[in-house]
Design a protein around this ligand. Structure first.
Ligand code: AMP
Length: 397
């Protein structure tokens, strides 16, 4: 799959609309706590500025659900962009309103305009025709550099592409890098290839698991999703997170793994807690004997040893989803131990998913991984073998 390449466009002195993913985490005071996604977009922005383009940037932040909500304003992003680019960033107080339209039309070469949160417009998530048209009317060229939302058929990712032909639209460097990386990972991984899959639920990752099975040699399950499998095996899982409607699917996945010769690892012990809270009473128990009313919130030390042993010979590791409730220190140990082991290995290590990236960053191991994807849902859909709606219009036919 080859994407329309930004380097092949005639960009000189053009007005370029770049859909970025500036959906960055904020702390309780509204400060950006991790600007990886903003930094990841700089290559494309700078490339356009170097061609004397006028650059219009659009992004969403959080889920304002089609209404203006100051909490989700992109003003902090404008400030961070200004610091990182060392250039003035003009800010539009709306998306396609009077302010945005007049600032976009007055924008001169090498100037940068950031539109307000695109999801303040109700039409964005409905892939609204009218909104797509208004956004497209602002620029001569469209670039998608928002890998994190490319699995969504939204106006600024999908609808807008209809208004530009192949000479006037392309993938940005980040999108290109992510798609190329995952393409190689899925088609030609160096073996043995292991997937570590965790997080809260089986439902969110069911299809990805099914699609990964024929491609990997080993799967290591952690996090809340493990308990649906453990329950299906007849274990006492107490009050742990479980999806009873997916017990059959869990069985099918285990049967399929067996049929394909994929080694399917489940936790053998867990850190169980009497409630879902940092100050819970906790104890180590085997995965077969979680007391009633107690819930497993992390993998235990025996599981960590088992997983390390199983991971010791792998050449490629794909990790999506934490091993426990890593946001609470008390239940972060399993994820942290696995992260250290993976980071120290000589394997190609790929981290996908916002939570897993956040976890790796919190323990300071982000530089040690081979690749950290900016898209959680998007990378999973790629692994499911889907072509993302935001990417499809940018594929060279
Ligand atoms: P996901 O969005 O599906 O990748 O899930 C990430 C979330 O799963 C994190 O916020 C974790 O706190 C949560 N999680 C991980 N392990 C467990 C567990 N054993 N029980 C409940 N939640 C969990």
């Amino acid at each position: 799959m080859e994407l329309l390449n930004i380097k092949k466009l005639d960009l000189e002195k053009k007005k370029v609309f770049i859909r970025c993913d500036f959906n960055v985490p904020m702390d309780e005071f509204g400060n950006i706590s991790d600007d990886r996604r903003i930094r990841s977009a700089l290559a494309t922005i700078n490339f356009c500025l170097d061609q004397d383009c006028a650059v219009i940037l659009a992004s969403h932040l959080g889920r304002p659900e089609g209404k203006v909500n100051e909490k989700y304003s992109l003003i902090p992003v404008a400030r961070r962009l200004h610091q990182l680019l060392k250039r003035d960033v003009i800010f539009a107080s709306d998306v396609v309103g009077e302010d945005a339209v007049s600032k976009a039309s007055a924008l001169k070469a090498t100037e940068i305009l950031l539109l307000e949160n695109i999801r303040f417009e109700a039409g964005e998530t409905n892939d609204d025709e009218e909104l797509s048209k208004k956004l497209a009317a602002m620029a001569d060229v469209y670039i998608n550099d928002a890998f994190g939302v490319s699995h969504r058929a939204h106006s600024s990712v999908h609808g807008i592409t209809k208004y530009f032909d192949d000479e006037h639209r392309a993938a940005g460097f980040l999108l290109e890098k992510e798609i190329t990386f995952f393409g190689k990972l899925i088609n030609e991984p160096v073996r043995p290839f292991a997937a570590i899959v965790g997080g809260s639920k089986v439902s969110g990752k069911l299809e990805a698991l099914v699609n990964l099975l024929p491609k990997v040699d080993k799967v290591f399950i952690g996090g809340g999703m493990a308990f649906t499998f453990l329950k299906q095996m007849g274990y006492n899982i107490g009050a742990s997170l479980v999806e009873d409607d997916l017990l059959d699917d869990a069985q099918k996945i285990m049967d399929e793994a067996k049929k394909l010769g994929v080694k399917f690892y489940l936790p053998v012990d867990v850190v169980a807690a009497d409630k879902f809270a940092e100050d819970a009473v906790s104890k180590l128990v085997t995965a077969q004997e979680i007391p009633d009313d107690w819930m497993g919130l992390d993998i235990g030390p025996a599981t960590v040893r088992l997983y390390r042993e199983g991971l010791s010979d792998v050449q490629t590791v794909l990790w999506n989803g934490p091993m426990g409730v890593y946001e609470m220190d008390k239940f972060a140990r399993g994820s942290s131990k696995i992260a250290h082991f993976v980071a120290d290995s000589y394997a190609t290590t790929v981290v996908g998913g916002g939570d897993t990236a956040d976890l790796v960053q919190r323990i300071g191991l982000d530089e040690e991984m081979s690749f950290i994807s900016t898209g959680g849902g998007a990378s999973l859909e790629l692994l499911e073998g889907k072509i993302l709606p935001g990417v499809l219009p940018l594929i060279i036919q």
